[in-house]
Design a protein around this ligand. Structure first.
Ligand code: PLP
Length: 393
């Protein structure tokens, strides 16, 4: 069978690949520590689960409007008002089957062949693939480690051409955990306004920020920037609801309307009971969200200190999300490997620790490790990595 061209160059998700490999080793009886997780290690709070169960018992087991239940859109609109001070109307919000699906619908809705989308590196693995699936062209701009992996307004402006359609901003970032300040966002936003570039602001890690840092949405900086931005968000990371598959987009009504039409012919609607669960998540207590944030911050501080004293490893301290993205180039060299991918494979084989190589994120000198696992496990994993490096120097 000859497959479609669009899938022939599609790279499988590197994060899911390492998780699968680690799982296979675990099932074969090995004591594997997986640091590949892209999801919180907490269960979804009971009050959310109970609300979803109740909705099913009450008969809410049928289709909903394609763009989401009106009651859920209202909860999302309230969330934007409370957290960002932004006012959206229901026709400016579409609920999708996860933030990933919201992004997919967005690129399908806005891109024509050869339209360019500026993607800062390191990037979340699905951005380039989703842009390519919509026949767009990813244009990479390097976020240098010396600038906390963030790009500057000069770098953004010099990447813009007549074909540039959109710019993806992910703050806090997966995989680096870096966070743009209000001043930096304003500078980047001014460039996008000047050249009329749509800003795709992926704010899925909004609730997970640490220390003095605060999350600011580029869309809250001015009415003009609100008009220029599509915000992507969801409950996967904030409420530990990755399996529920609820995310959403907010912004320009014409774009949102097209995304809704695309969803109506593909998924019909996001899963009904998951939408009811999400209404409860947003209308309920915030204690869970804060409890999880505090737990991640405590782990980050302990683990970061242990990580940076390992020979050949350096790391920018993340300000958000739940990943560390150390540069391991020197350790790889000291151990005599050609590249990070090989080194990561060997660590999994010898020390049974699963890391994600940075190559999948456009950063071949780094690895991503997730601290969405117990502190004991992460500390043990770092001890094993240190042992591996020292034994092979
Ligand atoms: N955006 C980023 C940066 C992510 O890391 C993820 C999940 O890993 C998503 C979007 C997708 O989230 P969802 O589970 O809502 O599809």
């Amino acid at each position: 069978m000859k497959l479609a061209k669009r899938v022939s160059t599609l790279a499988p998700s590197s994060t899911l690949a390492i998780t699968a490999k680690a799982k296979a080793l675990k099932e074969a009886g090995h004591d594997v520590i997986g640091l590949g997780a892209g999801e919180p290690d907490f269960n979804t709070p009971d009050y959310i689960i109970e609300a979803a169960v109740k909705s099913m018992q009450e008969g809410h087991t049928k289709y909903t409007p394609s763009g989401g239940l009106p009651a859920l859109k209202s909860s999302i609109i309230n969330k934007f008002k409370e957290d960002q001070g932004i006012t959206y109307s229901p026709n400016e919000v579409v609920v999708a089957s996860g933030a990933k699906h919201a992004l997919y619908l967005l690129f399908q809705a806005i891109l024509n062949p050869e339209d360019e989308v500026i993607i800062p590196t390191p990037y979340w693995v699905s951005y380039p693939e989703q842009v390519k699936l919509a026949e767009g062209t990813p244009i990479y701009v390097e976020g240098f480690e010396s600038n906390d992996f963030k790009i500057t307004k000069e770098q953004l402006e010099s990447a813009i051409t007549e074909k540039t359609k959109a710019f993806i901003l992910n703050s806090p970032s997966n995989p680096t955990g870096s966070l743009y300040t209000e001043a930096e966002l304003k500078e980047l936003g001014d460039i996008c306004l000047k050249h009329d570039i749509l800003i795709v602001s992926d704010e899925i890690y909004e609730k997970l920020v640490y220390g003095e840092a605060t999350h600011v949405s580029i869309a809250q900086l001015s009415e003009e920037l609100k008009q220029q931005t599509i915000i992507i968000n969801g409950v996967s990371k904030s409420h530990s609801m990755t399996g529920w598959r609820i995310g959403y987009a907010a912004g320009n009504a014409q774009i949102i309307n097209s995304m809704t039409d695309l969803a109506s012919h593909s998924t019909s609607n996001p899963t009904t009971m998951a939408q009811y669960g999400t209404i409860a998540a947003y209308n309920g207590q915030n204690e869970f969200v804060e409890m999880m944030r505090v737990a991640f911050e405590e782990r980050l501080n302990v683990v970061y200190d242990q990580l940076v004293q390992i020979p050949g490893v350096s790391c920018v301290k993340p300000k958000g999300a739940f990943y560390l993205f150390p540069n391991v180039k020197e350790a790889v060299r000291l151990n005599g490997f050609d590249d990070v991918d090989e080194w990561v494979e060997k660590i999994l084989e010898v020390e049974k620790v699963a890391l994600v190589p940075g190559s999948g994120f456009g950063a071949p000198d780094n690895v991503r490790l997730s601290y969405a696992t117990s502190l004991d496990q992460i500390q043990e994993a770092l001890t094993r990595i240190e042992r591996f490096i020292k034994n092979n120097m």
